[in-house]
Design a protein around this ligand. Structure first.
Ligand SMILES: NC(=O)c1ccc[n+]([C@@H]2O[C@H](COP(=O)([O-])OP(=O)(O)OC[C@H]3O[C@@H](n4cnc5c(N)ncnc54)[C@H](OP(=O)(O)O)[C@@H]3O)[C@@H](O)[C@H]2O)c1
Length: 519
């Protein structure tokens, strides 16, 4: 950028204090890196980091697990000392728990923190599709109560809530940047348009209490609460607990901040960096990468998916830029409620069939370039099948196995391993169908308008438009290599930390796995 070119975003964020949660996670790190690299005028960035067993103190954990990330390598190129000075000057870490009352801080510490912050960005979430319902509600829903209280105490400061496009659940068709209701059970709205989430909470809390009262063994209780989450999500119109509790979170914060400034930023499936700060940078293995791993390791031959559906993938750098533009806008024009979708569906639709063909062909032809993904050249065919056919076939095999058990009373007392595996395959098919058999297209006209309003300098500095992405180039030259280099590196480190071999950890038997971080 030339010296005389003016960035409205930088100007609006000049001298401002931003608080960010979730920076130990994938997206939070990219937002933090971009602010430190591109907005030198920022007043400061406060990070709420919860202590871990290894690093109970937030600053210690920040140094060991956040600043050490390769996402900061580009900043380190200017010299480790310079980065250290930047961090010392701009970054402030607080050991706190967003889910606790006053974030677990004393009244005085909470009030002091509130008096120092100009804008709050909440990126913390449990992205586990099958989390026990009580845990998922705690972080994805109820914690928004503490954030609303903080924003009010701070003088109605703007809140940027990172949500997900998939809060739209089983709604079909074009999904715009608006509030959608549950596609399953009807939930009434008040005259201001707020859903009656209190009734939902009392139903869910009652069911959670029943499970807790009837099951005392911790593992069995946790499994039952995870199954309860899925059952309730399905009943209200979502495919998994994560997106259901994120929808509840959106409704809660919207109600609590109805007189305040709230922007909800909804990414779709966030994948590796397209351009900045490092092409292909990614942390861990995301939901769509489970397909790639399943093919690379030859774990499955059939995969339930809808070829013609639009799989919505968005590189993480575009999401981080959307968050930054949204943040700047709230400071320029407060007292408004906005929703932006950081997605690719309406601007540059990518069909499931093309996505799968592109990544599988890249891995098949160039497998030697990806030693962490492939042990050898994949030989097995990978066939996409209709979800309903897939489910019917599994149910038929289940029925045959059950019949076999009935005729064999000795072995028939316990469900066989094969039956259990089929049950879990059916459960996973239900969860992943939202992503692999899409019947919706996410639209982000409003985000495009925001980028336009911020002007040409910010359009170049903080690009958010997926229309420029050449998907073949992105997957073949950027993403698969990034996944092999960064994503699998993390998994191997995690696996060796846990003293298990990466081979066992990397891909589960069914290819679709619980371990792949979802949306
Ligand atoms: N990744 C995607 O594809 C995607 C797509 C759409 C939307 N999103 C949204 O983007 C945001 C960031 O996602 P991400 O991919 O960065 O997730 P991530 O890598 O799993 O990071 C999650 C962050 O939330 C924190 N967190 C989780 N549970 C917590 C709890 N109980 N208390 C306090 N902090 C907790 C984690 O802190 P610890 O390290 O302390 O656990 C971590 O910093 C989320 O709001 C998510 O819903 C993500």
């Amino acid at each position: 950028m030339k010296a005389n070119e003016h960035s409205l975003t930088r100007q609006l964020l000049q001298g401002k204090q931003v608080l960010i949660t979730g920076t130990s996670g994938f997206l939070g790190k990219v937002v933090l890196e971009k602010i430190l690299r591109e907005i030198p005028q920022i007043g400061g960035v406060t990070l709420i980091v919860r202590g871990s067993r290894k690093y109970p103190d937030a600053t210690e954990r920040f140094r060991a697990e956040i600043l050490s990330s390769s996402i900061f390598d580009r900043l380190k190129e200017k010299g480790a000392d310079q980065l250290q000075r930047l961090v010392d000057e701009k970054v402030h870490c607080i050991s706190a728990e967003v889910t606790e009352t006053r974030f677990g801080l004393s009244e005085a510490a909470f009030a002091k923190l509130a008096s120092e912050i100009d804008v709050f960005v909440n990126s913390a979430a449990s992205v586990n599709f099958h989390e026990p319902l009580d845990q998922s509600l705690k972080i994805n829903t109820y914690c928004l109560n503490q954030i609303a209280e903080f924003a009010n105490l701070a003088g109605n400061i703007p809140v940027i809530q990172i949500s997900t496009c998939y809060v739209n659940g089983h709604n079909r068709g074009e999904i715009r940047e608006a509030v959608y209701g549950p596609a399953g059970t009807h939930v009434p709205r008040d005259t201001a348009g707020h859903y009656d989430i209190e009734s939902i909470f009392s139903v869910l809390e009652h069911k959670i209490a029943q499970v807790k009262a009837s099951i005392t063994e911790p593992k069995a209780r946790e499994a039952a609460l995870a199954d309860l989450g899925l059952a309730e999500a399905n009943r209200y119109g979502w495919g998994d607990t994560y997106t259901f509790t994120k929808w509840l979170g959106e409704q809660l914060i919207r109600k609590r901040l109805s007189d305040g400034t709230l922007t909800i930023v909804r990414p779709s499936v966030v994948e590796s960096c397209w351009e900045e700060p490092r092409r292909g940078w990614i942390e861990g293995v995301k939901v769509c990468d489970a397909i790639l791993l399943a093919y690379a390791r030859e774990k499955v031959s059939f995969f339930p998916a809808r070829k013609a559906g639009v799989v919505d993938i968005i590189p993480v750098d575009l999401v981080a830029n959307s968050v930054i533009l949204a943040m700047a806008e709230t400071l320029q024009a407060p007292a408004a409620f906005r929703i932006y979708q950081s997605c690719s569906g309406s601007r540059n639709p990518l069909r499931v069939g093309r996505y799968v063909t592109t990544i599988c062909e890249e891995v098949r032809v160039n497998w030697e370039k990806y030693p962490r993904l492939c042990r050898k050249q994949p030989q097995r065919k990978f066939i996409l099948v209709n979800k309903y056919l897939f489910v019917s076939a599994i149910k038929a095999v289940q029925a045959a196995l059950r019949l076999g058990q009935w005729f064999n009373p000795v072995r028939g007392k316990q469900p066989s391993k094969a039956l259990k595996m089929l049950e879990s395959t059916l459960k996973l098919t239900g969860i992943y169908a939202t992503y692999t058999s899409p019947r919706y297209v996410f639209n982000n006209d409003r985000l495009m308008d925001l980028a336009e309003r911020m002007g040409p300098v910010d359009k170049a500095l903080f690009p958010v438009d997926a229309a420029r992405i050449d998907w073949d180039e992105y997957f073949c030259d950027v993403h698969v290599a990034g996944l092999n280099h960064y994503g699998m590196e993390d998994r191997e480190t995690l696996a060796s930390d846990a003293e298990t071999g990466p081979e066992e950890e990397a891909v589960p038997d069914q290819g679709l796995e619980n371990g792949a971080s979802p949306a």
